[in-house]
Design a protein around this ligand. Structure first.
Ligand SMILES: [Fe+2]
Ligand SMILES: [Fe+2]
Length: 152
């Protein structure tokens, strides 16, 4: 079971994985409407999810979760650096959805990266938090994460 401090982030991950799959399927023509209309529909869905969830989700991880992991488990620094780079790449891909060109490739790549990123956080990063972070730190993290996720 997920640590209570991480549940809101895991909830976003669940939605993110479903969206990542839709992006890849859309790019492959497996979801109707196929072609340009479908690509644009999916691109809008991604942009909405990014502005309503993912932007704040990334901030909560970068400002709260990653620094805690770095302080409690210094051997995880490389993974945290990789995850930060992936956030930047995902941000660039979302911005790239504004361009009409190569929309299906951007959707496919974004779906692929988003899924790998989320799975790494769920399978590797979150278990480190659950094993290494003490109760007081976890409590503080919970409050700070919730504050960022609820910000307008
Ligand atoms: Fe992340
Ligand atoms: Fe995440």
């Amino acid at each position: 079971m997920r640590h209570p401090s991480l549940i809101p982030l895991s909830h976003d991950h669940h939605q993110g994985l479903a969206l990542a799959l839709r992006c890849r399927k859309q790019a492959l023509g497996q979801i109707k409407p196929v072609g340009r209309e479908g690509f644009e529909e999916r691109a809008k869905e991604v942009k909405d999810f990014f502005s309503k969830n993912l932007e704040r989700h990334f901030r909560a991880e970068e400002e709260v979760l990653f620094p805690i992991i770095n302080s409690c488990a210094s051997e995880s620094q490389q993974m945290v650096e990789d995850l930060i780079k992936e956030h930047q790449q995902i941000r660039r891909q979302v911005a790239g959805l504004g361009e009409k060109k190569a929309l299906s490739k951007t959707l496919f790549d974004l779906g692929d990266l988003l899924e790998r990123h989320i799975r790494r956080e769920e399978r590797e990063l979150f278990p480190i938090f659950e094993r290494r972070v003490d109760v007081a730190q976890a409590q503080r993290a919970k409050k700070e994460i919730e504050k960022i996720l609820q910000a307008c």
